[in-house]
Design a protein around this ligand. Structure first.
Ligand SMILES: *Cc1c(COP(=O)(O)O)cnc(C)c1O
Length: 231
């Protein structure tokens, strides 16, 4: 990736997407996976609708946002133009934003605590529907990160599926920043396997090729597509 693609000014989003897709294809080929088994989630947080638009024009339909309010501003308009968008919540969800989130998002990837799981089930009982859900695992057991500790994952997953009857489709993780991510990707896969969960959302701009080689079904890429977010 060139520096130009990383500048927040005017990244060539089509070129970035083409390069990332090539890398995904290569990583799949290396381990005998089909590229169609990997879904690229374009992470559009901190970019406005105009900036995200070229990715939609280029055929991308799966997007990730971190914040309910930001998504509420950005996506209803884009959905009018592109009705088949699949929007994922990939940031923490406070229970007071749950009702909005359930309307806005097709997938909530960040079921990270019992309180939220219980609230999602209660709301599902009231309105009769619930987005697809992934459980976020705090795979590196980092105190500053959200998610269920690996040691508690089995009990929590079983509780969500069997008692709460939530539509848990997979697991999501964010490995520690400054460590080799491979062992964490492997661990997430093992936990998912134990529960027959097909979806593993793991891998970001810096480590998605390793994630694909280690079984990611969903990778979440922001910077490498849209450029830096300029917080
Ligand atoms: C921001 C974010 C991403 C994308 O990160 P990049 O390094 O910009 O690709 C992926 N997953 C989560 C949970 C994020 O918050």
């Amino acid at each position: 990736m060139s520096d130009q693609h990383l500048s927040s000014g005017n990244p060539d989003i089509a070129a970035n997407l083409a390069e990332i897709q090539q890398n995904i294809d290569k990583a799949c080929t290396a381990v005998g996976r089909a590229p169609s088994d990997v879904t690229l989630i374009c992470v559009s947080k901190n970019h406005d609708a105009d900036h995200v638009h070229p990715a939609l024009v280029g055929g991308r339909r799966v997007f990730g946002e971190n914040r309910v309010q930001e998504a509420a501003r950005k996506w209803p308009g884009l959905r009018d133009e592109f009705p088949d968008i699949e929007l994922h919540l990939i940031g923490p969800l406070q229970t007071n934003k749950l009702k909005d989130a359930v309307v806005l998002f097709d997938v909530i990837e960040t079921v990270d605590r019992p309180k939220l799981a219980n609230a999602l089930a209660k709301h599902r009982d009231t309105i009769g529907e619930c987005p697809d859900l992934y459980i976020q695992i705090n795979i590196g057991e980092e105190p500053q990160k959200a998610g269920i500790a690996p040691a508690d994952a089995d009990d929590f997953i079983i509780d969500c599926i069997e008692r709460l009857k939530l539509p848990i489709k997979g697991l999501m993780c964010i490995p520690p920043v400054d460590e080799e991510p491979a062992p964490y990707f492997v661990l997430l896969g093992k936990i998912a396997d134990r529960h027959g969960l097909a979806i593993r959302s793991m891998g970001m701009s810096g480590d998605y090729e390793a994630a694909v080689r280690l079984g990611a079904t969903h990778i979440r890429i922001g910077t490498a597509i849209f450029g830096s977010r300029g917080y």
